[in-house]
Design a binder for this molecule. Structure first.
Ligand SMILES: Nc1ncnc2c1ncn2[C@@H]1O[C@H](COP(=O)(O)OP(=O)(O)OP(=O)(O)O)[C@@H](O)[C@H]1O
Length: 586
């Protein structure tokens, strides 16, 4: 039996999963952590590609972050044979940029959009400062006004909603957009807004998109901001024919409020007349004790049924502060390893990036390899490609798990329409010449790939987001933490084994590990002192804690000190996180 048939057979053992898998028409799956939402989505997509979507039509699979898209690709890679170019897997922004704006902006009368590239942080900051200064004067509170503008732009506010923040705010927002447009630039929120406008206003664009992607798959719907909801509604519930929607999500895991997401949109979608809503209730991941503790935090009403016995939860007081928590983490990792847990089955979840850094440094100082997600550069299609080239060339084929055919497919997409067969040959020759990886650094490899066509491919406006992230990678290899990294070192980063993962609560979404260690569980850190008097933010902080606990299969260990140490060095004393008592742990 191949992997796809195996996965389908597993889903058929669970009547609710089977119902969702077999639904014809739109399907919304609402389900708790570990209940197989991602498994269902990827299995259904792979099945549909084989059986119900004839070539050259394709499918689009959309999620929130590059890391989540990477995880979806990894899961799909084992289910879908390589070379199906009509499959899109990526973020809302990349869908908007590459699948809506690039092909359709010019025909819809907006050639300016087709030429616009994503602005760098410096360019965006400059445009905001100039625009706010021009409208409000040089003594304005730029930070506050900018955050109001961002609030409305992320939510695609109507004129009426904008007007509640005053006409000057709207004027500054328009000026900001104009300043970017003068330089042929756009930002991520602008990309989504432009794509929504193209799809909603132009029937031709809608029809062409639906023809290309008759099936739309969306993961983590609760975290996707109104922009995607509008695209989905236009493509799947509009009057000009429709694409079929298969989406999964869990409002109780909504943790991206700052992006403008509205978890209630998922429930609204589930209530539409043409939609089959399927709840799942079995958590396959967590031991029952972990589910019991998580359930107290969740305070939800829908049932969650544990499938796995066992599970262990502990709370550890570290009176000497965060340094003491880091030392306790080292001890917990050693205990787990003594119990035969592999390092890559252990995660340390922190509240903030500076804490991730301190934990990783302490682990490394104790000779425990550690990897901080997104610390040196963000993950994206192009950085994953460079890492995969290193892995294919220097690891033995069984361990690297990469196929040359896949690499060549990714290469062609990155190089774009200027691709020539000679570039395939040049890439294959380069990779084969790198047997040992000792002669070249990771930076050399990146430079060679840029010369062979990557640099030119990323000059396209539709690839400008990738160009920015690849520039981060280059900076880290030339002047950052990864100077001198070997190709083998880069390959090991891609392989993600034999090292403890260190990540933040939000970035831990969608992942699973045998052992989860959560640090910094002190009140005013979590919930954050700014969230305590804001019910919506307090609830979101609680959900972050819930998401963190539910990453574990077997063990969760939590650490607190009764005071918070901030990155500035200041401390705030406030006792253990109130969520620990809510969970019945203190
Ligand atoms: N029917 C099934 N039989 C056996 N294992 C299953 C089944 N469904 C899901 N699983 C397993 O349960 C685990 C959790 O699945 P998955 O990651 O898809 O859940 P999820 O709902 O997306 O979780 P989360 O929301 O926490 O990210 C995975 O290891 C998956 O293989």
């Amino acid at each position: 039996m191949n992997r796809l048939s195996e996965s389908i057979a597993q889903l058929r053992h669970n009547p609710q999963q089977a119902k969702a898998f077999e639904t014809q028409g739109h399907c919304v799956v609402l389900a708790p952590p570990g209940s197989g939402k991602t498994k269902l989505l990827t299995t259904r997509l792979a099945y549909d590609l084989f059986n119900t979507i004839p070539s050259p039509h394709g499918a689009a699979c959309i999620t929130l972050t590059n890391a989540a898209a990477d995880e979806l690709r990894r899961r799909l890679d084992v289910l879908v044979p390589p070379g199906r170019s009509s499959l899109f897997v990526g973020t809302v922004h990349s869908f908007a940029l590459r699948r809506v704006i690039a092909p359709f902006a010019a025909v819809a009368g907006r050639p300016d959009l087709a030429r616009a590239s994503i602005g760098s942080d410096a360019q965006i900051n400059g445009a905001y400062e100039e625009a706010i200064g021009a409208v409000f004067g040089s003594r304005a509170d730029t930070r506050h006004i900018r955050s109001t503008i961002e609030f409305h732009r992320k939510r695609l506010s109507s004129d009426d909603q904008w007007s509640r923040s005053g006409h000057k705010t709207l004027a500054a927002a328009r000026k900001y957009e104009a300043k970017l447009a003068e330089q042929e630039l756009i930002d991520f929120d602008g990309v989504v807004a432009a794509a929504v406008e193209l799809v909603e206003k132009h029937e031709l664009v809608r029809r062409a998109l639906i023809a290309r992607f008759p099936c739309l798959y969306v993961d983590e719907y609760q975290d996707l901001a109104p922009g995607l909801d509008r695209l989905v509604r236009a493509m799947c519930f509009g009057q000009s024919g429709s694409a079929t929607l298969f989406t999964v999500g869990d409002p109780e895991q909504a943790v991206f409020g700052w992006t403008g997401s509205r978890p209630e949109l998922l429930a609204e979608l589930a209530g539409l007349p043409d939609v089959t809503a399927v709840p799942l209730e079995i958590n396959y991941r967590c031991g029952k004790e972990i589910i019991r503790v998580a359930d107290r935090v969740r305070k939800g009403t829908s049932p969650v049924v544990g499938q796995r016995d066992g599970g262990h939860v502990s709370v550890n007081y570290c009176p000497d502060g965060f340094a003491g928590q880091c030392r306790s983490v080292v001890a917990a990792v050693r205990n787990a390893v003594a119990d035969d847990v592999a390092l890559h089955e252990i995660v340390v979840i922190c509240l903030r990036n500076d804490q991730c850094k301190r934990v990783a440094e302490t682990l490394r100082a104790s000779n425990i390899p550690a990897f901080v997600r997104g610390a040196e550069y963000r993950q994206s299609t192009s950085t994953a490609f460079v890492e995969a080239c290193a892995a294919w060339s220097t690891l033995d084929r069984e361990r690297s798990n990469y196929r040359l055919a896949d690499l060549l497919g990714q290469w062609r997409n990155l190089v774009g329409p200027m691709w020539t067969r000679e570039q395939d040959v040049a890439l294959a020759e380069l990779l084969m010449s790198l047997d040992s990886g000792e002669q070249m650094t990771a930076h050399d490899l990146l430079e060679r790939l840029l010369e062979l066509g990557l640099a030119r491919g990323l000059q396209r406006p539709s690839m400008s987001d990738e160009a920015l992230i690849l520039a981060e990678m280059k900076k880290s290899l030339t002047e950052g933490a990864l100077v001198g990294l070997t190709i083998k070192g880069l390959a090991e980063r891609a392989r993600k084994v034999d090292r403890v993962e260190v990540t933040t609560m939000t970035s831990s979404k969608g992942l699973e590990f045998d052992v989860v260690l959560i640090v910094g569980l002190d009140d005013k850190g979590i919930p954050h002192f700014k969230s305590i008097y804001n019910p919506a933010e307090l609830a979101e902080d609680r959900r972050k804690f819930y998401v963190s606990i539910t990453r574990a299969r077997n063990q969760v260990h939590m650490f607190y000190s009764e005071f918070v140490e901030w990155a500035s060095g200041k401390t705030t004393t406030a006792g253990p996180s109130r969520f620990l008592s809510e969970a019945g742990l203190l």
